[in-house]
Ligand binder design. Structure first.
Ligand code: GFB
Length: 359
């Protein structure tokens, strides 16, 4: 059955900045903003880069590959981009009438929404070309407030502008404090959930398990070397999650960003003892320190495991279910699992800030 047309209009956008953790942070902001506009949110595919066997540039993975659509409808009206393009675009966003919106034109009268990667491949995936562009300028922004929404709707009424298309997510980065609880509407798809629970029941020994996330690849080393300690009271990616949005718990440190091996070992050992863990589940972008950790924990009969397929969504779903979790405060990837745990009141701490949030 074809979906009904929403007379209040739609918002579509490309999650064109960052990888999964960044896109998820901005997703929550976009969801909140689009709700204030009272338009239907078109759920964009996730943009992925450089997976083995995938096409060069970037790939667009349908939203519902990883998350259920239905729980989001409890918060607001949503539709996947695949369904929107197939069933509704021919009526509400026909060829010849596709306008792209941006804050400021980039040369002439264009938002250049298809220039470069992932921009071009994203819209091409849905055969979208923009016929004209609209500059919304200084008075309007993506803050999810009713006063801002009123200005948007006065300037761009749905009757005249049924679809607002943005070149990037209309949401803050990192996620605003008041939008963090929206994470409750992000529920893993059955496929991801099953892989996570199968791993937990089949691979992890019975008893409590500690989940840890390590961010130690080269890109990250560069972030920590070049951006930590540059300025006081400056957040770095996900850092509000442990420092507090107003730096209630201090400043970003090098150890928080890139904890030395000794610190990682100490923090894991202490936590394992405290919670009487039977196993430690490690997710890492680069080096999961398997040998070092196994050597340390084998004598006390604690197993160290990772998810061999190295599939980030399954790893996040496992981390979310751990009895305790240690994440990297700066990483928005770490933040995803921390938010999900927050929804169910599960405890989280962070490398080198264990003391602060050690509940
Ligand atoms: O998710 P993300 O935006 O979080 O980017 P950060 C990190 C990416 O690294 C993930 C991979 O999307 C994954 O592709 N990755 C990280 C992992 N940890 C794991 C893991 O445990 N398992 C697996 N399978 N993959 C920031 C970016 O990363 O890094 C910034 O958001 C910037 O935009 C900076 O690029 C260098 O916030 O951690």
């Amino acid at each position: 059955e074809d979906p009904q047309i929403d007379p209040k209009g739609y918002v579509v956008y490309c999650p064109c900045m960052g990888r999964f953790g960044n896109q998820a942070d901005q997703f929550l902001g976009a969801l909140a903003f689009i709700k204030t506009l009272d338009r239907t949110m078109v759920l964009p595919p996730w943009v992925e880069y450089g997976k083995p066997g995938s096409k060069p540039g970037s790939s667009q993975i349908p939203f519902d590959t990883y998350f259920k659509v239905e729980p989001l409808t409890k918060y607001h009206r949503v539709i996947t981009m695949e369904v929107f393009m197939k069933k509704l675009a021919p009526k509400v966003w026909p060829l010849g009438q596709r306008k792209g919106f941006c804050h400021t034109f980039r040369g002439g009268d264009s938002c250049k929404m298809k220039e470069g990667n992932p921009f071009g491949p994203f819209w091409d995936n849905f055969n979208v070309d923009f016929d004209s562009y609209v500059e919304f300028g200084g008075g309007l922004n993506y803050i999810p407030s009713s006063s801002n929404a009123k200005k948007w709707n006065e300037r761009f009424p749905a009757s005249e502008y049924p679809v607002l298309a943005f070149g990037g997510a209309p949401g803050s980065f990192p996620v605003l404090e008041e939008n963090v609880p929206l994470h409750q509407y992000l529920v893993w798809s059955d496929k991801i959930e099953k892989q996570a629970s199968d791993f937990i029941t089949k691979k992890l020994p019975e008893g409590p398990f500690l989940g840890v996330h390590m961010r130690n690849g080269l890109d990250w080393v560069n972030v920590c070397n070049n951006h930590v300690g540059v300025e006081q009271n400056r957040h770095l990616f996900g850092s509000p999650q442990c420092l507090g949005y107003r730096f209630e718990h201090g400043q970003v440190t090098k150890d928080m960003c890139f904890p030395p091996d000794d610190l990682v070992k100490r923090q894991i050992r202490r936590r394992v003892k405290k919670m009487k863990a039977k196993s430690v589940f490690v997710a890492a972008d680069a080096d999961p320190m398997m040998m070092v950790l196994t050597r340390m924990l084998e004598p006390i009969k604690v197993r160290v495991l990772q998810f061999d397929e190295h599939e980030l969504h399954v790893e996040l779903a496992i981390l979310a279910r751990a009895d305790h979790y240690i994440g990297n405060c700066i990483s928005t990837f770490s933040a995803f699992a921390a938010r999900e745990r927050g929804v169910t009141g599960k405890s989280t701490s962070f490398w080198a800030v264990d003391e602060v949030l050690d509940k």
